[in-house]
Design a protein around this ligand. Structure first.
Ligand code: ATR
Length: 465
């Protein structure tokens, strides 16, 4: 009888990089002795390779960008944990009391987790909690505890630098020849969690391609499907998704507003924008998020654009425009919303009249507004592949200051006629790929609780689109 062969786990570049980084960081601590030697005195006496090795193991990822992101999170965790642990030492001899120490340990853990979540670094939580525990539980006493805390921080920084250097020196885990050839095939196991996009229609959606590309690249145990849900059927779908144990789903037209009252909890942006595009299902409860607005702000940040204090001209007043306008206003921009149907622009502006002002879409109105704006964002469907309609004329671009970047939310074609005209006139331009990727990355982060390197994903997604 032939026995099925058991596939051996693959030893890839990430494993090799981790091993090299651990060896290098271990060797670096040779001059300080590889165990803690209190006779050296001060911080040096507490120095050892352990935290550097741990940093290498945790931080080393398949790409330099991901390693950097993990490394920074870990460093933040160590700094938060070090500060909290050191602060608790100020309680002095009171800490010798068993129950007081127990309660303090619990409280610093809560504080560590809370601080890391506050700055949106969930992967920093571990270190933020472990370090105070280590500082309080270790056998060292008196002032040596402070040296102990500083030594752990230094070791982590060394480990992080080694992980980055090793990542930069060794090649990516995929050979160059394979890059660009990614597809959306993911392995489905019994343990695989389900995700999907719902819409009506939804067959054209790029979300499955984008999300499965990311899932595959990150080695996550998820699969992302495409689920048509007729208009008005969101409640029935939500019950199905809960029953079928979906981890979550994204929503596109026309469900984003209908989902709002169906959520058990709404995040701040979903409430602000009045639309949900990401739903996470946890313990039978539905948590609604909106990643469009934040995804847009992140895509601006990627281009080095800070909207605070800027005068922004937004073209269009549909769903995408609403998310963009409200987040721009929240970020401190002064926004003029130009739309063919003035009522729709007015409705958006009613949400924040201090920052938002409506106007029409005639060439004269566009030229007048362009004269006084620092950033132009197109949220209309004009110029989109497969959609009819084009700007009647681009003369309003002549009124725009050369320093004003022009951003189009459309990503297909990669360069719309608006962007081409703007580029010809010397403006910096950006298409909608940045928003597409950033909002998808944010969604997947909510679904999986994993921090994702958006820059790396942008390259991969651009390859498959
Ligand atoms: P989305 O959800 O992607 O924002 P939408 O809600 O259909 O899509 O919005 C499309 C936007 O493009 C609207 O602002 C629309 O203007 P109206 O509100 O006047 O319909 C704008 N748009 C579409 N075709 C247009 C055209 N030919 N001229 C000017 N604006 C147009």
């Amino acid at each position: 009888m032939k026995h099925p062969s058991v596939p051996l786990p693959r030893i890839g570049m990430r494993v090799i990089k981790t091993a090299v980084a651990v060896m290098v960081s271990y060797a670096l601590f040779l001059p300080f002795g590889l165990t803690y030697r209190e006779e050296l005195g001060g911080v040096l006496g507490q120095m050892g390779p352990l935290y550097a090795c741990i940093a290498c193991i945790i931080c080393t990822q398949s790409s330099l960008g991901q390693t950097f992101y993990q490394g920074i999170s870990r460093l933040i965790g160590v700094l938060v944990g070090g500060a909290l642990g050191t602060a608790t030492l100020l309680l002095g001899p009171a800490l010798e009391h068993f129950w007081l120490k127990t309660i303090v340990l619990g409280m610093v853990c809560v504080a560590g987790v809370w601080l890391c979540l506050l700055i949106k670094r969930p992967t920093a939580c571990g270190m933020a909690c472990i370090l105070p525990c280590v500082i309080l539980i270790t056998g060292v006493t008196g002032v040596t505890r402070y040296y102990y805390a500083v030594a752990r921080i230094i070791e982590t920084i060394v480990g992080l630098l080694v992980a980055l250097a090793v990542n930069a020196a060794l090649p990516d885990h995929r050979p160059e020849s394979e890059r660009g050839g990614m597809d959306m095939t993911v392995e489905v196991k019994n343990s695989t969690r389900k995700l999907c996009v719902i819409g009506d229609p939804v067959g054209h959606s790029k979300s499955p391609l984008i999300q499965n590309t990311m899932i595959k690249a990150l080695g996550l145990d998820y699969v992302y499907l495409c689920q048509p849900v007729p208009r008005g059927q969101c409640k029935a779908w939500l019950d199905c998704a809960k029953f079928a144990d979906y981890a979550g789903f994204n929503a596109t037209m026309p469900h984003k507003e209908e989902l709002v009252p169906l959520m058990d909890e709404l995040d701040e942006d979903a409430r602000l924008i009045g639309a949900v595009n990401t739903v996470c299902i946890r313990d039978g409860k539905a948590y609604g998020y909106n990643t469009d607005g934040e995804g847009f702000l992140r895509s601006l940040a990627d281009e080095g654009i800070d909207p605070a204090g800027k005068r922004v001209m937004v073209l269009g007043a549909g769903g995408a425009s609403k998310a963009v306008c409200l987040k721009l206003a929240q970020a401190g921009a002064e926004v003029v919303v130009c739309n063919r149907t003035l009522d729709k622009a007015q409705t958006i502006c009613n949400h924040d009249p201090d920052h938002l002002r409506p106007t029409g879409f005639t060439p004269e109105e566009l030229a007048r507004e362009a004269e006084q704006c620092d950033l132009l964002v197109n949220c209309t469907s004009l110029g989109m592949e497969g959609a009819s309609g084009q700007f009647a004329d681009f003369s309003f671009l002549d009124s725009l200051a050369k320093s004003a970047p022009v951003v189009d939310l459309i990503y297909a074609p990669a360069e719309t006629e608006l962007l081409r005209q703007a580029r010809k006139r010397g403006h910096r331009t950006a298409n909608g790929l940045g928003l597409l990727v950033n909002q998808a990355v944010l969604s997947l982060e909510y679904f999986t609780g994993t921090a994702i390197d958006a820059a790396d994903m942008k390259k991969r997604i651009a390859d498959v689109l």
